[in-house]
Design a protein around this ligand. Structure first.
Ligand code: C2E
Ligand code: CA
Ligand code: CA
Length: 587
């Protein structure tokens, strides 16, 4: 018994120790359970793997889902799923799941809101039942942010259309859908014809309104299966994924052109927009994406050259000429940016006093491969490509700096004439820009003459207004190539100009007989009666020079009086006080 009792004591003692240990373990495990489950900041629950009934739930879950503990424990797992996903749930539970898995779900809160959750599940035995322990993490915000970022990465922020990356992707998909016989798709490139004018004259707000309206009209002109994109600026693109017949792309192009052809109201003004459209076809499984996009671009370019609101279908023959032109444009843009242009100066000679009173600055471009290109060849290109404003600004900046340098080198003040393209007047800040450039060079406005064409001078709108303002600031204005638009003579007296430059073609005819000379004499007399000065252009012979002096022409410019030459070459002529070229002596 002693042994037994001893044994009993021993047993009892072991028993107590064990119980204490068990109690401790239980407390410990309860503490662990509280820390891991009850107080876990992540929503957690346990549900019965067979009945799907919730068996246990923590505070965070109650708070997140909005139910009381009683409500929660009275539900089954499928009751916190959006009804559309209950089917999916059954499928997953039927599947042989590993003990441990994780996936994304949508859950419905008590208030009806749907959240995205990242679910981690763990199979275990709970109170004797096969059960699943679930840890739910709300990833709604992350998902929304992801979606927003993804949308931003593939869409144009301003118009909400696809961006270039997404568009390319769609075209890639169209190409990849090979093997469908001869079905094909089409890519349209659309470039607005006069957008720069809107943006430049009234600013970006109105420009943005116009772009959004264009985007809206594009969408309206397309079927849901088509993709409309904005590539930036005023460039848009459309993918017509399914061409039902040969005419589909042309039909869509017409519909787009028509829809653009209605005025747009923006910032209190009415704007007339039109677009040039290039069409390129691609076959599923054949073309490279780049080739199709480039072809559409080439066709658009061709359309643009034919005037506003036109469309063109790509043909291989377009390629070479257009690509060459595009390359030239890019090179010209770079030439302007990198100061690769240069200026030559042609003397303007006072015919009575036989001395140089000014120079006309003429731009030159020495192309790295093609050699020298004359302005007659690249100025019209610059005008079409929207580069002329930059080009003329470059010329003005350099010409005024040169005149300033001459005067600092002790040369008497002379005037400089620069050519102002009629396209320059679409910039509403033209006057301010010219004034600022001239002021920056430290010249007086009176030293600068702006040569404009008849069309610009006779225009009553913005160009006429700009010229009037420029003259008020003290600039001098000359009509270049005068005589070509002869019909407008009657209105000459109203023009805001100081000088007429008689076009070379009239001066040329002096040599061939006196028949045309009366026109020259007439222009001189008329200009003088309107208190305008006359400059004869293209004076090439002594005979012409003599005739002009007899007729009282004020100034002459031409090979006979001095060719256009680089600044270094003309400088000695300007230094010489009696600097008239010898040829004027005989006059
Ligand atoms: P323009 O303004 O009428 O310039 C006169 C053109 O006649 C110049 O040609 C000049 O070299 C040429 N010329 C001068 N004297 C004679 C002559 O006695 N006989 C003949 N046959 N020609 C003579 P260039 O430099 O090739 O310029 C051609 C046109 O390009 C200019 O005609 C002007 O409209 C335009 N241009 C030139 N520079 C600029 C510029 O900086 N900006 C703009 N917007 N246009 C420019
Ligand atoms: Ca000129
Ligand atoms: Ca001229």
């Amino acid at each position: 018994p002693e042994a037994a009792s001893l044994g009993g004591v021993v047993l009892t003692a072991r028993d107590v120790t064990q119980r204490r240990e068990a109690d401790e373990a239980l407390r410990q495990s309860e503490a662990n359970f509280r820390a891991l489950f009850t107080d876990n900041p992540q929503p957690m629950w346990v549900f019965d793997a067979n009945t799907l009934q919730f068996l246990e739930v923590n505070e965070a879950a109650l708070e997140k889902y909005g139910y009381s503990r009683e409500e929660f424990l009275a539900m089954r797992v499928d009751e916190i799923r959006p009804s559309s996903e209950v089917g999916r749930l059954k499928e997953t539970l039927d599947m042989e799941e590993p003990r441990h898995f994780s996936r994304e779900w949508r859950h419905r809160l008590k208030d009806g809101r749907i959240i995205f959750v990242d679910i981690t599940s763990h199979r275990l035995t709970f109170a004797g039942h096969p059960a699943v322990l679930v840890l739910a993490q709300d990833i709604t915000e992350r998902r929304e942010l992801d979606d927003r970022l993804r949308h931003q990465a593939f869409h144009d922020t301003l118009t909400g259309l696809a961006n270039r990356a997404l568009f390319r992707d769609r075209v890639e998909q169209a190409v990849a859908r090979g093997g469908r016989g001869d079905t094909s798709f089409a890519v349209l490139f659309i470039d607005l014809d006069n957008f720069k004018a809107i943006n430049d004259s009234v600013g970006h707000t109105a420009g943005d309104v116009v772009l959004c309206e264009v985007a809206r009209r594009l969408r309206a002109a397309l079927r849901p299966s088509d993709t409309a994109a904005r590539f930036g600026g005023d460039e848009f693109a459309v993918l017509i994924d399914v061409l039902t017949d040969d005419g589909t792309a042309i039909h869509v192009a017409r519909r787009i052109a028509d829809s653009l052809n209605h005025p747009v109201e923006a910032e209190g003004d009415t704007w007339f927009v039109s677009g040039s459209i290039g069409i390129a076809y691609g076959s599923h499984g054949a073309e490279s994406v780049d080739a199709v996009l480039r072809n559409a671009d080439v066709a658009m370019y061709d359309a643009k050259r034919r005037g506003r609101g036109q469309f063109a279908i790509f043909e291989p023959a377009m390629h070479e000429s257009v690509l060459e032109r595009m390359a030239m444009e890019t090179e010209l843009r770079q030439a302007i940016a990198r100061d690769e242009l240069s200026l030559v100066y042609q003397p303007q000679v006072d015919l009575r006093r036989a001395r140089i009173t000014g120079v006309e600055a003429l731009v030159r471009w020495r192309h790295p491969r093609r050699g020298p290109i004359l302005p007659g060849d690249f100025v019209p290109m610059a005008e079409e490509a929207g580069l002329i404003a930059d080009l003329d600004a470059w010329v003005l900046r350099h010409a005024t700096a040169q005149v300033r340098a001459w005067s600092e080198a002790g040369i008497r003040p002379i005037s400089v004439a620069v050519n102002v393209s009629s396209k320059d007047f679409s910039d509403a800040r033209l006057v301010e820009r010219i004034a600022a450039t001239v002021a920056a060079a430290g010249l007086q406005p009176a030293q600068v003459e702006l040569e404009v064409t008849e069309t610009a001078a006779f225009e009553t709108g913005s160009a006429g207004l700009a010229l009037t303002r420029l003259r008020e600031l003290g600039f001098r204005v000359a009509i270049d190539d005068f005589g070509i638009g002869f019909s407008m003579l009657a209105r000459l007296q109203d023009l805001p100009v100081d000088r007429l430059k008689i076009d070379r073609t009239f001066v040329e005819k002096i040599t061939f007989g006196e028949d045309e000379a009366p026109i020259v004499s007439g222009i001189i007399a008329m200009a003088h009666s309107l208190r305008m000065e006359v400059v004869a252009e293209g004076v090439e012979t002594s005979e012409q020079l003599a005739f002009l002096r007899r007729g009282g022409c004020d100034y002459g410019q031409g090979y006979r009086l001095g060719r256009p030459m680089p600044a270094e070459a003309i400088e000695p002529l300007l230094r010489d006080r009696a600097a008239a070229p010898p040829s004027t002596e005989g006059g």
